[in-house]
Design a protein around this ligand. Structure first.
Ligand SMILES: Nc1ncnc2c1ncn2[C@@H]1O[C@H](COP(=O)(O)OP(=O)(O)OP(=O)(O)O)[C@@H](O)[C@H]1O
Ligand SMILES: [Mg+2]
Length: 510
């Protein structure tokens, strides 16, 4: 089936249809933007409820079938994966870019001109944002706390927990590509929230007598294997030699187990099973064993304790040769309150855990999402600095971009104009969510910024008066804003370029 491929009346049918679907998606999240944004309640097919303010979560859980709308959902996803916060901003910007682009096309500007102007405009605007970025001077910089506080929706406790975790990791680790501070956040439905230097492992030790154990300075062994004797194949077992070998393997395994306490090993994490004999042996010797530990957790254990994962065959080596594979930590204890295992003070790379608590599952889920947004924002600010928030800097960049537009010869200027207009949208939406007139307020902010030659004026959402956002400490990470704009620009260009929608036969989706 073909839609909107003709000339004349339905020339814009596909474009308008796609734009309409995108408009609908945007309206589901834009009401959550900014300090006065409200929450959205998502209701599942069986009546389950999720209340959230997080753009990515709303879009991820929404039942979206329209293909263009799905493209928009991708913007939020990409924002979530790459920077972790700013998913609503990215979605709102993408929606505005599409709407402004469509307005230019329906005025008669050729799509190709709108798209190339839009792409140039977005690129330049991203560079302008970057050039206005202010650096963070270390973890004690008060601006960094403000980044956490604003992203944490002004929840002081969560902002402080996240900052404490950041301090435990240090600037070097936070800058490292492989580190994600947001991963440090764990949630549970008990009213305890805290931070410590180490890991939280969501496993119960196999043996109940281990539940009250607290180990000091245990060495740590990580096995990418099962903790059981090597397997003999069935056929070989039928022969006498085979049976002999079986007994020999069992003996070997027993000898290997004996090495564990001699090496001071107090903690063994295994990605497969543990046989009964090994289980009993470890229990008798006060060794905590976790079986079927997920890969990601094994990796965290290795990184933090400095352990190097081995196969069980390596256990045949002499104890002195095994020592380099072992990791270490200060304490290992089962915390019955939260029913998880705590490992602190690993000998490897620093690790931090932020435990976020709350009284009900719904509340905890949202608190953990907020803490993760704040963690992502803090990390992004450490890596790439910060900008005035509250929609202020976008207005300043829109003004600069508009001056550039005046120099553009040809129809591409209309595409650039679409970007200029879209950059007003974050401020306009926040003002609208706070119950003020967006047109009036955006104009006032523009005029005030121009008069004072600054990018730090926006609207106080409590009073509707203008305010200096830097003085108030309303700041956003540069990376969050730049990525939101680039991702929004990409999807807007892609949506505008779609001229025809054709249904594929099933099974032909590549
Ligand atoms: N008190 C405030 N006054 C003005 N603007 C604020 C204030 N607090 C936050 N903001 C602004 O709100 C915006 C962030 O809003 P919000 O957290 O709702 O959405 P997001 O970060 O884009 O997406 P999400 O958090 O859903 O992933 C930022 O631009 C921030 O500067
Ligand atoms: Mg946010």
């Amino acid at each position: 089936m073909k839609q909107g491929n003709g000339e004349g009346e339905d020339r814009y049918a596909t474009l308008l249809n796609n734009a309409g679907a995108i408009r609908a998606i945007c309206s589901a999240v834009e009401g959550t933007l900014g300090p006065k944004g409200l929450d959205t309640m998502l209701v599942g097919p069986n009546g389950e409820v999720l209340v959230t303010n997080d753009g990515a979560t709303i879009l991820e859980r929404m039942d979206v079938t329209h293909p263009a709308a799905r493209m928009l959902v991708q913007v939020a996803k990409s924002q979530q994966q790459r920077v972790g916060d700013g998913t609503t901003t990215a979605t709102v910007l993408a929606g505005a870019l599409v709407a402004e682009g469509v307005a230019q096309v329906t005025r008669g500007v050729p799509v190709s001109k709108v798209v190339s102007g839009l792409q140039d405009g977005v690129q330049l605007a991203a560079e302008l944002l970057q050039s206005r970025s202010r650096a963070i001077e270390g973890l004690r910089d008060p601006r960094l706390y403000r980044v956490a506080y604003v992203a944490a929706r002004e929840d002081r406790q969560l902002a402080e927990l996240v900052m404490a975790a950041a301090e435990r990791l240090g600037v070097e680790t936070l800058r490292d590509e492989s580190c994600r501070l947001a991963d440090a956040v764990s949630a549970h439905d008990k009213p305890v929230s805290e931070v410590w230097s180490g890991l939280l492992l969501r496993h119960k030790p196999i043996h109940t007598q281990m539940l009250s154990l607290e180990l000091q300075q245990p060495r740590v062994l990580v096995l990418h294997d099962a903790l059981e004797p090597e397997k003999q194949d069935e056929e070989a077992m039928m022969t006498e030699a085979g049976f002999h070998r079986y007994l020999q393997l069992k003996e070997e395994f027993k000898a290997n187990l004996d090495k564990l306490p001699r090496l001071g090993i107090g903690f063994v994490a295994v990605d497969r099973g543990v046989d009964q004999e090994a289980e009993q042996f470890c229990a008798d010797h006060g060794i905590v064993v976790l079986q079927r530990v997920p890969k990601r957790d094994l990796q965290r254990i290795c990184e933090h304790t400095g352990a190097r994962p081995i196969r069980r065959g390596v256990l045949k080596k002499a104890p002195a040769e095994l020592a380099p594979y072992l990791g270490g930590c200060e304490t290992l204890a089962y915390d019955a309150r939260i029913e998880q295992l705590r490992l602190t003070g690993g000998a490897g790379a620093p690790a931090a855990t932020v435990l976020v608590g709350g009284s009900t599952a719904e509340v905890v889920g949202e608190r953990a999402r907020i803490a993760r947004d704040a963690a992502s924002a803090v990390q992004a600010a450490v890596r790439g600095g910060y900008l005035p928030g509250g929609g202020a800097v976008e207005i300043a960049v829109a003004h600069e971009l508009d001056r550039y537009r005046e120099t553009v010869k040809g129809m591409e200027a209309f595409g650039v104009a679409a970007v200029v207009q879209a950059l007003h949208k974050p401020l306009a939406q926040m003002v609208l969510n706070a119950g003020f007139n967006p047109l009036e307020q955006v104009e006032q902010v523009r005029a005030a910024q121009l008069a004072e030659q600054t990018d730090r004026i926006a609207v106080d959402c409590d009073t509707g008066r203008l305010m200096d956002v830097l003085e108030r400490g309303i700041v956003d990470p540069t990376q969050v804003k730049v990525h939101a704009l680039l991702a929004a620009g990409e999807v807007a260009a892609a949506v505008l370029r779609i001229h025809t929608v054709i249904k594929m036969r099933s099974g032909e989706d590549g």
